[in-house]
Design a protein around this ligand. Sequence first.
Ligand code: VGL
Ligand code: ZN
Length: 208
Amino acid sequence: MNTKEALMKALILIDIQHDFLPGGALAVPGGADIIPVVNQLQPRFELVVASQDWHPPDHKSFASAHPGKKTYDVIELRGLRQVLWPDHCVQETNGAAFPAALSTARIEAIFRKGTDPEIDSYSAFYDNGHRKSVGLAGYLREKGVTEVYLAGLAAEICVYYTAMDSLQENFITYYIEDAVRPLVQQEFKKALEQFAAAGGHVIHSSNL
Ligand code: VGL
Ligand code: ZN
């Protein structure tokens, strides 16, 4: 078989961390419902990788880092629009950890993002200003990946930015619709329209 012609599918688990689950600092409604779906899907993929939002305690995406500002205020950070979030996914805290219910045995690599205190990174490929690479595109290419399947949280933020970068990196890209949950449903609807317009696909886990 000519491996160059073959499709190779990777499952990418985006930010399935305590702080994005019910009870967490930036909880996504119904976020825990994706865990059994994601666990069941992992054996169907040749490669499984994950991302972790991994912020230092003084990260500039936190409202707490800007005296006088409130959570969800919008500021400009190094020339980019920045929503100010509650403190979340602080490095080495329980909030940044994977939940015990998530199977991690098949995760071959973990890509950590948002580590620079001055730069936010929603995508697992690049920071929000596309200034620095997280290294995921090169890793996937070296592994021979042609198709990227996305699961995780939040559907219209980190999954969406990862999905758009994945298309830009020329990976055939799928949202697994029952393996993502949004913070805000209406925003997710808009995000999916953008994703489809850019050539992305949506699939249900039962069709995998
Ligand atoms: C995320 C907001 C801030 C996400 C990360 O994983 O969707 N959202 N940091
Ligand atoms: Zn974050």
